[in-house]
Design a protein around this ligand. Structure first.
Ligand SMILES: Nc1ncnc2c1ncn2[C@@H]1O[C@H](COP(=O)(O)OP(=O)(O)OP(=O)(O)O)[C@@H](O)[C@H]1O
Ligand code: SF4
Ligand SMILES: [Mg+2]
Length: 320
């Protein structure tokens, strides 16, 4: 499998009046060609900070990025615009309200001085056609479209430069449930047609399961579990992942410890020592306060950051 995107030890800090938030505290993963990595976690865990640093909308504090095996400078966004684009949750906020649909999709091509005027016109028409925006709407402004249509325009705009990697930050969360499925199916079809790689962010595990080949679970700036979609769905090993699963109607999850999230997310300005999840983890032991668990491979491609993961891992394999 070709490695399309590699992210290594990415750190993003935000300075606020109250102190520094370590929104992303050393995250590493890779995404293969034509694959989707779904990223899930509670509000405020750092998903958007990570996404924005990868595409270059935020400057990461440190870390490395590679696209198609070639290192790119994570602090120079222009170096990767043609390879990587982003789709946002809120197309109202991300689309310039004064540009027509046609102009919005053409804009990236103009910025990068690509194609002749006639070719641009033809390409924009083909893109809009592909995402299901009829020609009668090409001269409309964003506020004259429905939420679903606006997101389709956002997708056409993201595809204009023919990138191979698309970072989707909650692309369907603002849409009605019936429209969500249509937009998700469009993204899945486009992936198959164009061999696209997606980092797909959502707080909705069912949505993540539907679109992803791999799932990464993030908690307070770190990835606590990552693995193939079926492994994470059926045999989650991290107590936090198990807690998230228990909020879905996942009936396939294998027996293991019950974990309920009974308290609030700790203050991100001063995360707990050792394991960041320990203040909410019913399974915490003394070691958890002292030593930060590192991601360890428990099965092929399935990595978990928990001092006790092996206890559940052996139960899961005994039950399998
Ligand atoms: N520009 C910023 N300045 C200061 N703090 C920020 C900034 N952006 C994010 N943060 C803080 O960084 C942490 C991570 O936020 P982020 O938006 O990345 O989380 P998220 O997982 O995308 O949340 P949500 O699911 O609500 O979108 C939070 O504590 C947030 O308050
Ligand atoms: S390392 Fe300890 S506190 Fe953290 S998830 Fe595992 S058992 Fe819970
Ligand atoms: Mg976000």
């Amino acid at each position: 499998m070709t490695r399309r995107l590699e992210v290594a030890d990415l750190v993003v800090r935000h300075k606020t009046r109250k102190g520094t938030v370590h929104a992303v505290a050393g995250v590493s993963f890779e995404i293969g060609a034509g694959q989707t990595l779904g990223l899930v976690g509670e509000s405020g865990c750092g998903k958007s900070s990570l996404a924005r640093a990868i595409v270059g909308l935020n400057k990461p504090t440190s870390g490395n990025l590679a696209i198609n095996g070639t290192a790119v400078d994570p602090r120079r966004p222009s170096s990767r615009a043609r390879d990587m684009q982003m789709i946002f949750q809120d197309p109202y906020g991300s689309l310039n309200p004064r540009l027509t649909v046609r102009e919005l999709v053409e804009e990236p091509l103009k910025v990068h001085r690509l194609r002749s005027r006639a070719e641009r016109r033809e390409w924009v028409k083909a893109l809009l056609d592909r995402v299901g925006i009829p020609e009668t709407m090409h001269d409309r402004l964003p506020h004259q479209l429905s939420g679903g249509q606006r997101q389709r325009v956002g997708i056409a705009r993201a595809l204009a430069l023919e990138p191979k990697i698309i970072i989707c930050d909650e692309p369907v969360s603002a849409l009605d449930v019936s429209v969500q499925a249509q937009v998700l199916n469009l993204l899945v079809d486009l992936q198959r047609e164009q061999d696209l790689s997606y980092l797909f962010i959502s707080h909705d595990l069912e949505v993540i399961r539907y679109v992803s080949h791999w799932i990464a679970v993030m908690y307070l700036g770190v990835i606590v579990e990552i693995g193939p979609v079926d492994r994470i769905w059926k045999s989650p090993l991290h107590p936090y992942t198990r807690a998230l699963m228990q909020t879905t109607d996942n009936r396939e999850m294998q027996a293991g410890p019950e974990v309920k999230l009974n308290s609030e997310l700790p203050n991100p300005l001063s995360p707990p020592s050792g394991c960041r999840f320990r203040t909410r983890c019913p399974l915490a032991i003394e070691r958890c306060a002292q030593e930060e668990p590192q991601l360890r491979e428990e099965a092929a491609g399935h990595k978990v950051a928990c001092h006790r993961a092996q206890e559940w891992a052996s139960r899961v394999s005994a039950a399998a």
